[in-house]
Design a protein around this ligand. Structure first.
Ligand SMILES: *[C@@H]1O[C@H](CO)[C@@H](O)[C@H](O)[C@H]1NC(C)=O
Ligand SMILES: *[C@@H]1O[C@H](CO)[C@@H](O)[C@H](O)[C@H]1NC(C)=O
Ligand SMILES: *[C@@H]1O[C@H](CO)[C@@H](O)[C@H](O)[C@H]1NC(C)=O
Ligand SMILES: *[C@@H]1O[C@H](CO)[C@@H](O)[C@H](O)[C@H]1NC(C)=O
Ligand SMILES: *[C@@H]1O[C@H](CO)[C@@H](O)[C@H](O)[C@H]1NC(C)=O
Ligand SMILES: *[C@@H]1O[C@H](CO)[C@@H](O)[C@H](O)[C@H]1NC(C)=O
Length: 435
């Protein structure tokens, strides 16, 4: 965006100089004023007006030159301010969908230590309330609410999230924050208020006995932390989050976690049995009505994930160095290596706490290189779906999610034998990010 701005300034100044020769300056100046209004990242009420006389025309080239120099300097100052404003603070957003291992990967950041403020699915409250109020059918409204809440939370401001919590917190106190215990930041000593007799705490801390969550305390603790991370399975389109990437107060890193859609469906059929009862029936019958709503929904999900990844991998200016794609299958096979990569991408130190958590929770064993680890059993977990998902269903997924599978390097199966033959890997080696 900054680059674009420089270009447009140069372009218009050049234009003005050319046009001056033709004595139609004021018309061009009008254009300049118009074009500038929508993007005023510098000083909206300040200097850029120096460029123009009150009636919108330039008096002399000299004045214009100095105005241009001034603007250039301000532009440089702006970049400097932006760097200083975030002061090395990083804001990590882990984007995923359900059954892609996002809780596990979220722990990579939850375990970072004292420098990290981690939130686990805060958008749960937003989705719940929007579903209650409007059936959650307005995707535009949901996307906007998600974006705004995330933006505030990255700034340690819980006020907007509060408005979605049911019942509404009183004096910023709530016993109902979803999965509080999954954010070690919300169970620290400094965020742990005394236990209140008679208050039923729905989501308790595991590490210590705490009273209802005081969100003012949470906010204060958040402000003390160097880095912030949020995991969410609710954002549908990365593009909706562009204002976060462009917010000069934030230095956001998006990590998109994906998984083979065939495996995701197999896992959901087990985890959300009631919701996926149609799929289970089809699995039994061996027949899937391809124009069913459920199939369309599957396609919609795949398309959203793919489109987000396509934007991220294309690296437009607003996402440059801010996007990383990670496959669940790679994390399961090489947890330590992938965690190291994520931390390097995020630009924050990979702490011994994270390392030991990963070792403990993956039984990762050192490879001969001694640096990276693999996990035999989670590799096995990765393949389990191949024996539970009927070939017919796998075919349907391949049909509606084909481009998604291709983009992420998941091989198609052409027969039941191939699906169930473990010596045939369905995961292509693929490198997505070049930093
Ligand atoms: C605009 O300002 C210039 C210089 O101040 C002046 O010469 C010109 O007459 C003004 N034009 C109008 C339309 O007021
Ligand atoms: C840029 O910032 C410096 C100090 O940070 C200040 O002295 C200078 O006036 C600023 N320049 C402009 C054009 O704003
Ligand atoms: C959906 O939400 C947007 C943004 O809040 C609003 O402008 C639009 O009218 C809503 N659409 C419907 C169908 O309610
Ligand atoms: C919540 O925490 C804030 C900041 O520490 C404190 O001022 C406030 O009294 C606390 N609220 C309650 C009800 O304890
Ligand atoms: C993997 O799981 C099998 C049982 O499924 C167990 O016998 C084996 O010890 C495990 N291996 C590792 C490295 O944990
Ligand atoms: C599995 O695939 C391998 C490699 O293509 C092949 O050699 C083997 O015969 C297959 N096994 C079965 C049981 O089909």
């Amino acid at each position: 965006m900054r680059i674009k701005y420089t270009i447009s300034v140069v372009f218009f100044v050049t234009l003005v100089i050319i046009e001056k020769e033709n004595n139609i300056i004021s018309r061009v100046s009008d254009k300049l004023t118009l074009k500038q209004t929508p993007q005023t990242p510098l000083h909206p009420s300040g200097s850029s007006h120096l460029l123009l006389k009150h009636n919108g025309s330039f008096t002399s080239l000299n004045k214009m030159d100095s105005a241009f120099t001034l603007m250039k300097r301000r532009l440089e100052n702006y970049s400097e301010h932006q760097r200083l404003a975030t002061r090395g603070k990083k804001h990590i957003l882990l984007l995923a969908t359900t059954r892609t291992g996002s809780s596990f990967v979220g722990e990579f950041f939850n375990q970072q230590g004292d420098n990290m403020f981690f939130l686990f699915e805060p958008l749960w409250h937003v989705e719940k309330m929007l579903t209650l109020e409007t059936g959650g059918t307005n995707a535009t409204a949901s996307a906007k609410a998600y974006r705004d809440v995330l933006q505030k939370l990255f700034l340690c401001d819980f006020s907007l999230l509060e408005s979605f919590i049911e019942p509404l917190p009183v004096d910023h106190i709530t016993p109902n924050l979803f999965r509080r215990e999954s954010s070690s930041s919300l169970c620290e000593e400094s965020v742990c208020s005394p236990v209140v007799k008679g208050v039923f705490e729905r989501y308790r801390c595991k590490t210590r006995r705490c009273g209802p969550l005081n969100l003012t305390m949470a906010s204060e603790s958040c402000l003390q932390k160097e880095h912030r991370a949020i995991k969410s399975v609710r954002v549908r389109q990365l593009e909706n989050l562009r204002p976060l990437a462009e917010d000069p107060r934030l230095d956001v890193r998006f990590i998109q976690l994906v998984r083979d859609p065939r495996a995701v469906l197999a896992s959901r059929m087990v985890a959300f049995a009631a919701k996926y009862k149609n799929w289970k029936q089809w699995a039994k019958d061996g027949d899937v009505p391809i124009d069913d709503d459920e199939v369309r929904k599957l396609k919609g999900n795949c398309d959203n994930i793919r489109m987000s990844a396509e934007i991220g991998l294309r690296q437009p200016a607003w996402l440059r160095r801010r996007y990383m794609l990670v496959r669940y299958e790679d994390i399961a096979r090489f947890p330590m290596r992938k965690a190291t990569e994520m931390y390097r991408f995020a630009g924050i130190p990979f702490t011994p706490q994270v390392k030991s958590w990963i070792l403990k929770n993956t039984q990762a064993s050192k490879e001969t290189s001694g640096v990276y680890s693999t996990q035999k059993n989670s590799s096995e977990q990765v393949e389990k779906w191949r024996f539970s998902l009927p070939f017919k269903i796998a075919q349907v997924v391949q049909r509606v999610c084909g481009p998604t599978l291709k983009l992420f390097g998941y091989k198609f199966v052409s027969s039941e034998e191939m699906l169930m033959n473990k010596s045939i890997s369905l995961i292509e080696d693929k490198v997505f990010n070049f930093f």
